[in-house]
Design a protein around this ligand. Sequence first.
Ligand code: SF4
Length: 279
Amino acid sequence: MNPPGPPDDPHAELAALVRDVRNGLAWRARGGAYAAPGGRTARPPAAPTDAAVSAPAPDLARVAPAAVAARAIEVAVDVEAPALGPARTLPVIREDLGECTRCKLSETRQKIVFGVGPALAPLMFIGEAPGADEDRQGEPFVGRAGELLDKMIEAMGWGRGDVYIANVLKCRPPGNRNPEPDEVAACRPFLDAQIQAVRPRIIVTLGRPAANVVLGNDAPISALRGRFHEHRGVRVMPTFHPAFLLRQPERKRDAWSDLKQVIAELERLGVAPPRPARG
Ligand code: SF4
């Protein structure tokens, strides 16, 4: 944010007021954009490009070759992300969250699932919301989908303890229903604060809802995955949610293609994995 102008500068004051109103509207739009059809498109769709898949991946790619999804319809919104306050540490953010009752999911959750990982992680994975296993244990991605996510991370040369893992929502929607816009709007500031604290070099969003919230659009995952986007200066790679991959294992090859781009981009940024990536 720009610093406010001097008190005797009416133009600066007016500009600051307009900026604040715009940020407020953007905040509401982003909360509503989660489920609302028809987000604003700032740029016309780009021509589709091929999703490059080269070497097969271990574990992840033990599937029949799948047709590569046509993709890359570029959808972007010109909505500004809400203004951030000063960065806080993860323990302070958790303390601020407290025994949160900011939305109705507090009435049905068992445990808040805040997030796990080191304070400064080069790689951050963001899912949608806790499921039943996570709700019981208070940790993200611990069920079957979590086991697959662990394999995905390990195939990249990292370990679960090396990366930060969080969800958009910190409480489980009952019956695993879709989160509602007011719930996303209530919880989103904590995800923003986590991203600000962790300062990842790359974010991998898992599934469409997480991608839509982080990127502020309502595009389908097939139009988002396979290429980098940007969120507040951080590269974002949307890919499939592990739970989806368990249901449709033939898409693991596509997911691995996305993750290989992440490996290459980290390398370009000078971030080496603790172990060599497989595949
Ligand atoms: S989902 Fe987020 S905002 Fe809602 S009660 Fe849980 S922690 Fe609070």
